[in-house]
Design a binder for this molecule. Structure first.
Ligand SMILES: Cc1cc2nc3c(=O)[nH]c(=O)nc-3n(C[C@H](O)[C@H](O)[C@H](O)COP(=O)(O)O)c2cc1C
Length: 247
């Protein structure tokens, strides 16, 4: 099955529009807040690399097949930092969650939440984790390998099951729409998402990893698999794995 067949099959999957239904109709079983009991400190991310941004741009592709090798905790740290890491700390402004970040955000309102669904990551037990940019760490949401459930929520797209880990994005639309209203709902939140997700693509290029932005999934199922709060709407799954060796 090629990528276009996958997209065709998934065309009816996405359920209600995230932008039009932020927080609406959420099942009662979804939590109001996230657990915070188990914290995994991430290694410091590198601020420099050996591959130019031009080369990562020239070679960027969506990659749906990966080597079987695990990711490392350093890979996960680097990917999350590239996506939404703090680059200019601003203390005592809770809205900024640590400060200005690698990705621009309309009004610096930072509506995105990032999760890691880890299945095969060295020094990270399988589970769903939430990224906290302000402390560059992970908080366990639920333990166990959730890749099969993620694969089912994504219309059985194989890369979601085979990747050692996936980054999953959601947004709390109200963080943005309180200021920007309809324009925030229809434009700015997903523009923020695009900036952050492209950073993940480019960081993958620099690390010898591959990823694919996955927008086709069943919203309610993905929310349940991740343990999103009622206020969040799921936006992307980005499976990540090592590139397969070329012959
Ligand atoms: C909003 C969005 C949603 C996407 N959803 C999927 C998806 O569900 N499954 C998939 O295999 N690829 C998905 N893609 C990846 C596109 O198929 C891919 O970007 C496109 O074919 C161009 O290929 P390239 O990224 O290698 O340049 C998505 C891309 C975008 C921007």
């Amino acid at each position: 099955m090629n990528q276009f067949t996958v997209l065709f099959l998934c065309a009816g999957l996405t359920g209600a529009s995230a932008a039009g239904n932020a927080g609406a109709g959420a099942p009662a079983s979804l939590p109001d807040s996230h657990p915070t009991a188990t914290v995994v400190k991430l290694p410091d991310p590198a601020r420099d690399g050996r591959i130019s941004v031009e080369k990562t741009l020239a070679e960027r592709r969506s990659v749906r097949q990966y080597a079987s090798a695990p990711l490392t905790l350093a890979d996960v740290s680097q990917l999350l930092w590239s996506a939404y890491g703090v680059t200019k700390p601003v203390p005592n402004v809770p809205m900024l969650r640590g400060g200005l970040k690698t990705a621009p955000s309309a009004g610096a309102l930072y509506p995105l939440e990032l999760y890691v669904v880890a299945g095969n990551v060295t020094n990270l037990a399988p589970g769903v984790y939430r990224y906290r940019p302000e402390s560059h760490d992970l908080v366990l949401v639920s333990g166990g390998d959730k890749r099969q459930a993620l694969f089912e929520a994504a219309g059985e797209q194989a890369c979601v099951k085979s990747a050692p880990a996936s980054i999953v994005y959601s947004a709390v639309f109200s963080r943005n729409t309180g200021k920007y209203g309809k324009r925030g709902r229809e434009r700015y939140v997903c523009m923020d998402l695009g900036h952050s997700a492209e950073n993940v693509y480019l960081q993958c290029g620099s690390l010898g990893l591959g990823t694919c932005a996955i927008g086709a999934f069943i919203n309610a199922d993905l929310k349940r698999v991740i343990g999103m709060t009622k206020a969040e709407e799921p936006l992307y799954i980005m499976p990540v794995g090592r590139l397969q060796k070329r012959d």
